[in-house]
Write a protein that binds this ligand. Structure first.
Ligand code: ARG
Length: 456
């Protein structure tokens, strides 16, 4: 019989039970549930529903349950419908009929909303910490690769030369914003639903402010209906994990390409690539492919919960029980992806020579246009002139840097022999010297700034 059941004649079918029971998923909230119940016990005593002695007995029982959870010795029973009823059932075994007083003035609706918020608060903090380790790996990589010249791409066509460190750091800043999102989520989730009852508030005028302080929340929620309906924090958690997944995927996709034979820019250690069962020569970047693939799975969890919430009326509906599984899974998945990236990035071998060999001098076209601009040619005219030069070089079957001076002067009369010195990637990179640019000086400043942000 279920804890709430009054008549054993109307038992659910095995399938209905399977559908209804959430214990396999929500037992993950066991610790926060028992912590919530301990605060609730004190709340009941403050109000006078429990005597001091009853409170002490109840707290002892709950302490023991907590200990059983921590040592993984708690035994769940088939009739435990969810984590909340499992705790209350066990408390009854430990302290007898007194356990029946625990749920006074409380509903599982405000209880689950509180537990889940507490769990998400802890998970968000843990994720911030893992993200920082990942950022640290990027910083160390940017330091190690400082000075390595790399092609910057747009439309995945070589566009302008950059420093490889600039590329690594670009991934740092995306995660920096995701961390801010998580911290925002933490402050928005930091209100306590407990004491909202089933929907309209508790029938006893509890001091919810004291209860919130006890549980470590910044404040109690201001509206009982909103408090038990709200799953914004779960959606937002899924959005952030999905966005971070997308950020990781962006990097992973580029690394897959850079490690291919066609590029040959980098290589993962064997630990992070796998062989093929058929082709002995293969070294597949499976880990990065999975990072990319899981980003899709993470997005699915977000859209899944949004679809569940859309169309629900206000207050608690059992559909809301579907909120936890995607959140728990998204947490596990993203933690795993971050950890794999943290481990894989330091060991990547970079081949600066091969990179340079593959870099097209036409990437300096913008610098040539800038050169004309400095000679007082309007940019639009300069752009046309350089486009023409690219064409002429193609026609003559020359690469742009081998175009002779007389050709340049035919293309634009302001050209002098200085133009022949412009053909170095170093020079191009050094020119991008304003804040946020790719010059070595700028990137060194950026690196120092990133480190300051990380230790702030
Ligand atoms: N297992 C439920 C959930 O996760 C707990 C709340 C049950 N509330 C109820 N009115 N049946 O949503």
């Amino acid at each position: 019989m279920k804890l709430w059941q009054v008549d054993s004649e109307f038992s659910a079918s095995a399938e209905a039970d399977l559908l209804n029971n959430s214990l396999p998923v929500d037992q993950r909230m066991n610790l926060v549930d028992v912590i919530g119940s301990k605060a609730w016990t004190k709340n009941l005593a403050r109000y006078g529903i429990l005597t001091k002695d009853e409170m002490d007995q109840m707290l002892d029982g709950l302490d023991q349950i907590q200990e059983e959870f921590e040592s993984k010795t708690f035994t769940y029973l088939a009739d435990d419908e969810d984590i909340h009823t499992a705790v209350e059932r066990r408390l009854g075994e430990l302290i007898g009929a007194l356990a029946g007083k625990l749920h006074s003035g409380r509903s599982r609706n405000d209880q689950v909303a509180t537990d889940f918020r507490m769990w998400v608060l802890g998970a968000a903090q843990e994720m911030v910490n893992t993200m920082e380790q990942y950022q640290n790996a990027l910083i160390r990589r940017a330091e190690k690769d400082m000075g390595i010249i790399f092609p910057g791409y747009t439309h995945f066509q070589q566009a302008q030369p950059i420093l490889l460190s600039h590329w690594w750091l670009s991934h740092f800043w995306a995660i920096q914003r995701d961390k801010i999102r998580l911290n925002n989520l933490i402050s928005m989730t930091d209100s306590m639903p407990l004491g909202s009852g089933a929907l309209s508030g508790s029938g006893f005028a509890f001091d919810r402010h004291a209860l919130a302080t006890d549980l470590g929340f910044a404040e109690p929620t201001p509206n009982s209906l909103d408090a038990i309906s709200d799953r914004d924090f779960a959606v937002e958690f899924l959005f952030i994990t999905s966005l971070t997944g997308t950020h990781l995927s962006r990097m992973a996709e580029a690394l897959v390409l850079f490690c291919s034979k066609e590029f040959g820019f980098m290589q993962f250690t064997d630990q992070f690539s796998t062989g093929s069962s058929l082709m002995p020569q293969k070294r597949n970047p499976d880990m990065m492919e999975l990072v990319r693939g899981k980003a899709g799975t993470l997005l699915g969890k977000l859209t899944g919960l949004m679809a569940t919430l859309k169309g629900l009326p206000s207050a608690y509906d059992k559909d809301l029980q579907e909120d936890k599984e995607p959140v728990f899974e998204a947490f596990d998945t993203l933690q795993l992806l971050l950890k794999v990236c943290i481990q894989a990035i330091p060991g990547i071998t970079v081949y600066p020579e091969k990179i340079l060999n593959k870099m097209d001098p036409a990437m300096l076209a913008t610098d040539l246009a800038d050169y004309l601009v400095e000679k007082n040619v309007p940019f639009r005219e300069a752009h046309h002139a350089i486009a023409k030069a690219v064409k002429v070089a193609e026609e003559l079957n020359l690469s742009l840097q081998h175009l002779p001076l007389d050709q340049w002067q035919r293309i634009h009369p302001v050209c002098d022999d200085e133009i022949l010195d412009l053909f170095t990637f170093e020079r191009s990179i050094a020119r991008k010297d304003s804040w946020g640019g790719t010059s070595k000086r700028s990137v060194t400043e950026q690196l120092a700034y990133a480190k300051r942000k990380l230790s702030a």
